[in-house]
Design a protein around this ligand. Structure first.
Ligand code: URA
Length: 253
């Protein structure tokens, strides 16, 4: 069987096995090993009994140029930003990477040491795991867009502070507006809470279709969390199966 398989498919299977994830099979094939998508809840419910309002996007007058910036202006604004104290300790800003017309947008928390050094999101160990997950989903890193809520590394990889998140938020909002992704995946608590303007625990947010201003949003665990809690890789896989199902349904006539 393996001889008949093309190389990318073989690698995908090897990755999935290495991740301990049941493989995604084409419809009609090997039904026993297909990861079953979690049924999507309808509407905008955040968790059973909790209804998410559409997040209120606060735009202050000082962000006017960011609000209407094109990619060049936005990148320049980010790279010269001194709005919070993180600029003092960063090596460089970490803007975002990938296809600017992507269907899928993955949003993480903040750069770590590797990202601060290289200027690109998710290039460290968590990034390698994200790459493996993307590959397992049949996606290439260059075809999705990857960004963070925070564009500068918090020293010592501490949690981003609310003030830092709110100062950086206009940049992410503008990235989303420019990309117009068909679906957003929020990786971890900070991305989920910042996008949804909620403090509902991540475990209650995942496993359902949510919405960011009308764009479907799926919440899942952060790859760095998965490195510490590999048993939850299965849950991430289920969340991404749901995301794929949501996207496929949108593509149906
Ligand atoms: N964790 C994140 O949230 N983002 C990165 O870019 C790297 C690690």
């Amino acid at each position: 069987m393996l001889e008949a398989m093309n190389a990318p498919e073989m690698y995908r299977r090897q990755y999935l096995d290495a991740l301990g994830i049941t493989r995604w099979e084409p419809r009609g094939g090997a039904a026993a090993s297909v990861a079953q998508p979690v049924p999507a809840t309808s509407g905008n419910s955040i968790a059973p009994g909790i209804v998410a309002s559409e997040p209120v996007v606060l735009r202050s007058s000082s962000n006017t140029s960011v609000d209407s910036a094109d990619w060049v202006a936005l990148e320049a604004a980010v790279s010269s930003c001194t709005k919070c104290c993180l600029h003092a300790t960063r090596t460089q800003t970490v803007f975002g990477v990938g296809n600017r017309s992507a269907q899928w947008m993955f949003i993480g928390e903040a750069p770590g040491a590797d990202e601060d050094r290289q200027g690109e999101p998710f290039v460290g160990r968590a990034g390698q795991l994200l790459n493996a997950i993307l590959f397992a989903m049949g996606l290439q890193r260059k075809e999705v867009y990857i960004a963070n809520v925070i564009k500068c590394r918090p020293p010592g990889n501490r949690d981003p502070q609310p003030e830092e998140i709110s100062q950086c938020e206009p940049y992410l909002i503008r990235q989303i507006e420019l990309i117009k992704p068909k679906l957003i995946v929020a990786l971890g608590r900070h991305a989920a809470h910042s996008l949804l303007k909620t403090e509902v625990p991540l475990g209650k947010l995942r496993g359902q279709r949510l919405s960011y201003h009308g764009t479907p949003l799926i919440v899942t665990y952060h790859p760095a969390y998965l490195l510490r809690n590999p048993a939850d890789k299965r849950k991430v896989w289920d969340d991404l199966c749901l995301a794929k199902t949501v996207l496929e349904k949108m593509e149906q006539p």
